[in-house]
Ligand binder design. Structure first.
Ligand SMILES: [Zn+2]
Length: 124
């Protein structure tokens, strides 16, 4: 992050990692543009958010979006890049297609993740 704790992209209060990739208005617009519109999606804690979002058929798309949301922020903040939403969407679609050509099936099957609820309850 930058030396200021605030987000330079939206003048938000604290630029956490989750703010950068999900909650910053630019990132939120990106998620919504790909159909991630469920309010619960935007309210989960980091661990549960990643776990739930990587399940099922949209897991690879989720990973492509999260990468480019991070890269978009870094390009703007560190390199004065000025990409628009459609440019980032195109990059995401290209990465997503590459990922799909490398993996088949559900990425969740590649590793085991402990129960999200147990983690929240401090049981693991
Ligand atoms: Zn922000």
């Amino acid at each position: 992050m930058t030396t200021s704790p605030g987000c330079s992209r939206c003048d938000g209060e604290y630029e956490s990692g989750l703010h950068v990739v999900r909650d910053c208005p630019k990132s939120r617009d990106l998620w919504v543009s790909f159909g991630f519109v469920d309010p619960e999606f935007f309210s989960r804690e980091t661990w549960c958010w990643i776990r739930e979002a990587t399940r099922g058929s949209s897991g690879m798309l989720f990973l492509a979006i999260i990468w480019w949301a991070w890269r978009w922020r870094n390009g703007e903040v560190l390199n004065d890049e000025t990409w628009g939403l459609e440019q980032v969407r195109a990059k995401i679609n290209m990465l997503y297609m590459d990922m799909r050509s490398c993996w088949s099936g559900n990425i969740q099957e590649e590793y085991t993740v402990k129960d999200c609820g147990a983690r929240q309850r401090g049981l693991d």
